[in-house]
Design a protein around this ligand. Structure first.
Ligand SMILES: [Zn+2]
Length: 136
């Protein structure tokens, strides 16, 4: 069980004055990977590899692209801001409505709670998922 690497494929870099290499790897288990290597000194200073993942029917595909480092930093800052806002919103909602929700559902069965929250199964999660994973 070992990885086999393809011959590196050269591609023009974003500035057009150099290149980057893509190396495909695969193993006996049918797994595939790509490794991207920047060989242009100028682009190596200005760009970083951005990787994102897409899921389709249980399979995960990774995609890559060169993105300016300043944009990646801007993206990281926005993600941090979004996470902070989500925490702030969750805290606000808990403070504002937490007691009301607990009183509303107190004494009700799990099935009644599920039915009310999930509109009788029209939305996720199912009753079994809700009772086994969430309403422990
Ligand atoms: Zn370049």
């Amino acid at each position: 069980m070992s990885w086999e690497e393809s011959k590196p494929e050269p591609h023009p870099c974003p500035c057009g004055k150099g290149e980057y290499l893509v190396i495909h790897r695969s193993d006996d288990w049918g797994r595939f990977e790509e490794r991207w290597e920047m060989w242009c000194p100028r682009c190596n200073t200005d760009y970083d590899l951005y990787t994102y993942y897409l899921n389709y029917k249980g399979m995960t595909e990774s995609h890559h692209g060169w993105v300016r480092k300043s944009l990646l930093q801007e993206l990281a800052d926005l993600i941090k801001q979004m996470e902070d806002d989500k925490k702030g919103l969750a805290t606000y909602l808990k403070m504002q409505y937490g007691k009301k929700w607990l009183q509303h559902f107190r004494g009700k069965t799990k099935k009644t709670i599920w039915s009310e929250l999930m509109q009788d199964g029209q939305t996720y999660p199912s009753l079994s998922t809700l009772t086994s994973a969430i309403l422990v």
